[in-house]
Design a protein around this ligand. Structure first.
Ligand code: FAD
Length: 389
């Protein structure tokens, strides 16, 4: 048996043995549109996984991971999804900040911040976007300056900060060189959220739930050495984090996509929509599209030694985001008129409605489709740069 098959068998057996008792009810809970569900219980599950060595499996062993190969990580995520295990609560710490600290952090930063991520004791959020800095992230206005002691004092507003309300820490892109512009003069700061200078306001979605927030920094402080990379080097570090977000981090979703597609097919058979030749055609296209996504993801990630692929990762991001958004539209067409009704108050969405609404965000976060096309044009194809103000 290969090491991948052994690894797969090990995680499959572990999940079967441990998603029982107090954790049995967590199967299928959480995820996009359902992050509010049983959060405390999912955190307890995550800590249980940590105690048994099943968090951060792709990290090097010296930092508390298992040093799992790419194939092993794929197997882990596939088995996790197949077991219908609950959505993870510290995805941002494990998949985004951790690899960034391994690549760019100091020995002290790794020693301080990596163990609590492995243990799921500290949760992280991503402080990039601002009201006037989304796609155009270089327009960041949040600023940070040093006080007499050298500590950083942060002032500004972030928005769309996923899970900030549940996090203890935020990695913040802030302008530290007064008078600088665009991607110059930015720094990547690690800021504790539990302090007087931080206010977190949840943004209520149409569904009545809140998954992301506005985060206001008003003289919030963080230690002088809680900066990743040198002052002014934040853009390079921030882009590396985005590479992780578009890279290995996406492995887990493939099996989830397959399960969603299977559910849509099952519903189409159940309500007769599958008899419509156009629906059948779209279902078949969805199936082949998913196969293409899987092959493409493995092709792009294979050889990305650090797990942070280059600009080619944008091709995969467009593929899967567009595919998933179209699956949401197909799910609604399969539901027919019944898809327009939501039961309960506040809204209680069924799985197809949730898929439709939340897949709309896939072509926006981690860089919109238009931005991915810019990246492919400029950095993969070498076309002339888009003119910018
Ligand atoms: C579910 C979800 C979770 C998120 N979580 C986080 C988080 O945790 N932390 C965080 O920092 N941010 C987060 N975001 C924010 C996300 O990064 C931004 O929404 C995204 O970068 C787009 O920015 P914007 O919303 O300001 O839209 P804009 O940048 O204003 O874009 C509006 C439209 O204009 C298009 N556009 C913009 N510039 C160009 C261009 N140069 N060429 C062609 N078209 C262009 C865009 O594609 C888009 O269609 C999240 C977003 C979503 C949807």
């Amino acid at each position: 048996m290969s090491s991948v098959e052994e690894f797969r068998a090990e995680i499959r057996g572990w999940l079967a043995a441990h998603l029982t008792g107090e954790f049995a009810g967590l199967r299928g809970r959480g995820g996009p549109g359902r992050e509010h569900e049983v959060f405390a219980e999912r955190l307890a599950w995550e800590r249980h996984m940590a105690a048994e060595g099943w968090t951060c499996v792709g990290w090097p062993e010296e930092y508390g991971g298992r040093g799992a190969s790419l194939e092993q990580q794929v197997a882990f995520h596939e088995e996790y999804a197949l077991a219908d295990a609950p959505a993870r609560v510290n995805h941002i710490g494990e998949q985004l900040l951790g690899p960034t600290l391994v690549a760019f952090g100091t020995a002290e930063q790794r020693a301080r911040f990596l163990p609590p991520i492995v243990a799921a004791e500290e949760l992280w959020c991503q402080g990039y976007s601002e009201p006037d800095a989304g796609s155009d992230l270089a327009n960041v206005r949040t600023r940070a300056e040093r006080d007499d002691t050298g500590a950083w004092v942060v002032t500004g507003q972030k928005t769309w900060t996923s899970l900030a309300h549940a996090s203890q820490w935020c990695f913040v892109v802030a302008r530290t060189a007064p008078g600088s512009s665009r991607h110059h003069g930015l720094s990547y700061l690690l800021v504790p959220l539990d302090q007087p200078g931080v206010e977190i306001r949840p943004i209520t979605q149409l569904t009545g739930t809140s998954e992301f927030n506005e985060v206001f920094f008003d003289g919030a402080r963080t230690r002088a050495d809680h900066i990743v990379g040198a002052p002014g080097e934040g853009w390079r570090v921030a882009m590396a984090t985005l590479g992780f977000e578009r890279g290995v981090s996406t492995l887990g979703q493939q099996v989830g996509f397959r399960r969603e597609l299977e559910a849509v097919i099952a519903w189409a058979k159940h309500n007769g929509a599958a008899n419509d030749p156009l629906i059948r055609d779209r279902l078949a296209r969805a199936w082949t599209g998913l196969e293409t996504i899987r092959c493409n993801a493995l092709r792009i990630l294979d050889g990305a030694a650090s797990g942070a692929p280059g600009p080619e990762a944008s091709i995969g991001k467009i593929f899967w985001a567009t595919w998933h958004r179209e699956l949401g539209e197909l799910a609604m067409d399969v539901s027919g008129a019944a898809g327009m009704l939501a039961a309960g108050e506040p809204y209680d969405l069924d799985d197809r409605q949730r898929l439709y609404l939340f897949s709309r965000s896939d072509t926006i976060y981690a860089g919109s489709n238009e931005i991915q096309r810019d990246i492919i044009a400029e950095r993969v194809l070498g076309l002339p740069k888009e003119s910018r103000p």
